[in-house]
Design a protein around this ligand. Sequence first.
Ligand SMILES: Cc1cc2nc3c(=O)[nH]c(=O)nc-3n(C[C@H](O)[C@H](O)[C@H](O)COP(=O)(O)OP(=O)(O)OC[C@H]3O[C@@H](n4cnc5c(N)ncnc54)[C@H](O)[C@@H]3O)c2cc1C
Ligand SMILES: *[C@@H]1O[C@H](CO)[C@@H](O)[C@H](O)[C@H]1NC(C)=O
Ligand SMILES: *[C@@H]1O[C@H](CO)[C@@H](O)[C@H](O)[C@H]1NC(C)=O
Ligand SMILES: *[C@@H]1O[C@H](CO)[C@@H](O)[C@H](O)[C@H]1NC(C)=O
Ligand SMILES: *[C@@H]1O[C@H](CO)[C@@H](O)[C@H](O)[C@H]1NC(C)=O
Length: 466
Amino acid sequence: MMSSTTINSNNTITLMGSGLAGSVLALLLGKKGFNVRVHEKRSLEVNPAQRARSINLALSDRGIKTLRETGHLADILEIAIPMKGRMIHSIEGNQTFQPYSSDSKKHLYSVSRQLLNEKLGEHASKLDNVEILYNQTCKSININQGTYDILDKDGQSTTYSTSTIIGCDGAFSAVRNSMVKLDRQNYSQSYLEHGYKELCIPPGENGAFLLDKNSLHIWPRGSFMMIALPNIDGSFTCTLFFPFDGELSFKSLDSKEKVHQFFTQYFADAYKLMPTLLDDYFSNPTSSLVTVKTSPWNYQGKCTLVGDAAHAIVPFYGQGMNAAFEDVLELVNCFDKAFPKGGQSSQLSNETLWECYNAYQNARKANSDAIAEMAIENFIEMRDSVSDPMFLFKKKVEHLLEQTYPNRFVSRYELISYSTEPYAYAQKIGLLNQQILNQLVKDANFDISKIDLALADKLITQVLNK
Ligand SMILES: Cc1cc2nc3c(=O)[nH]c(=O)nc-3n(C[C@H](O)[C@H](O)[C@H](O)COP(=O)(O)OP(=O)(O)OC[C@H]3O[C@@H](n4cnc5c(N)ncnc54)[C@H](O)[C@@H]3O)c2cc1C
Ligand SMILES: *[C@@H]1O[C@H](CO)[C@@H](O)[C@H](O)[C@H]1NC(C)=O
Ligand SMILES: *[C@@H]1O[C@H](CO)[C@@H](O)[C@H](O)[C@H]1NC(C)=O
Ligand SMILES: *[C@@H]1O[C@H](CO)[C@@H](O)[C@H](O)[C@H]1NC(C)=O
Ligand SMILES: *[C@@H]1O[C@H](CO)[C@@H](O)[C@H](O)[C@H]1NC(C)=O
């Protein structure tokens, strides 16, 4: 390690991490006139071949609401591909399209994490009062003193002091790790027995899409599944969700021959489009899926957490980034209320920041707990549902009610993906919907024509108050 220096910055907000949440938070706080310094572990430069084809994410209304606030939504949507529904691939290779919503104007977007992150970072860096420093890893923070140590790529270590630190450093947050060591900090982490691996369907000739471009593709196979989202270069990024251990698992597929057999048996239609699969399978990492909960989210006014740092969730509702963007908007609103004169004319005092962070946590914690729980439920559903006739029948009845009673009966999926109603509200309505469905399916004997719509009408009034 080379010499160590100390840099003091008065009235500065430090963000740790310039991922999705960090870059959009830097942009929005910067626009309000706050001095923002961001330390990001990654290098700014990436391998060009990797750029467009990096992992892609489903962006929905919640995330879009925050992106609109940046003033750059139109620019961002240029790299986004609308997905109008799910394309289910059966084991025989048949494709069935399920629109996401009875309203054809509603859709999700597929967006490259890398390109989105770049755009947000570029817009933020253009502001005079925002500085994003790349190749800088936060090693530790001294929360009480408001100091932290940064290690750069050359091995140079620098100690900074700052007014306040916001941990935007993802699921394995260094800021959160420092907080967890404090007294009376609740913390839990829980890993799924499944992990994931990214694979690729390259573009066809002249950048042609080899599967339907405007769908989120799903290959449900009971205890495991694969999904694929489109990229703007015509490729698809596939993600295989698969157990770590067991008879059919990442561990058991330990040779190219076994991988070849497995894909031929379960994903034959996709496999035909994956010329580099056998190499990709062994060169790409197998990653784990974790749910992290912690509370409180702040230590006085000294630090707080947003996005995955505050609440890592499993990806089965495609909501982690969307939830992170909702956090950002809420936190910025709390800053607005706490510092009504704006960043330039406000002193960032510990007391006012503390109030601001408490208000932010009060608004968000129950909602992030709700989406964390629902994401795990959705994983269990997606995994087991294919073999449960009652589950499939209830889904049918749910669609019937949505179509028969629009605005009165709204499914939990719709509330999560196509509304900006709080997640905790979606969770509550989801439970009430289940009560209604349970009553309706009782005597229907798996026959949709036997569903008593008069009873449904009455139950919607009674149970949902609609
Ligand atoms: C397989 C998978 C699929 C997903 N699909 C979706 C989806 O379809 N839709 C959706 O909304 N969400 C999805 N998510 C979730 C989404 O990726 C995350 O919720 C989102 O990236 C969280 O943003 P963040 O900014 O909090 O964290 P990140 O995006 O992880 O950013 C954290 C940043 O902090 C930096 N950093 C980390 N440690 C340090 C340190 N010590 N010092 C400095 N910098 C540091 C990192 O380099 C990174 O840039 C998915 C997640 C997974 C795993
Ligand atoms: C970050 O480090 C990489 C080498 O690891 C270097 O190529 C790049 O120029 C550095 N980027 C910045 C912004 O310092
Ligand atoms: C799949 O398609 C084939 C041929 O088009 C058809 O015979 C078969 O019944 C279909 N299977 C399912 C499960 O839909
Ligand atoms: C920590 O967890 C306990 C037990 O669930 C709970 O009673 C307490 O309120 C939690 N504390 C915080 C700060 O969330
Ligand atoms: C923050 O303010 C509170 C309330 O005035 C005080 O109790 C606490 O010691 C302060 N913390 C720091 C780190 O200054």
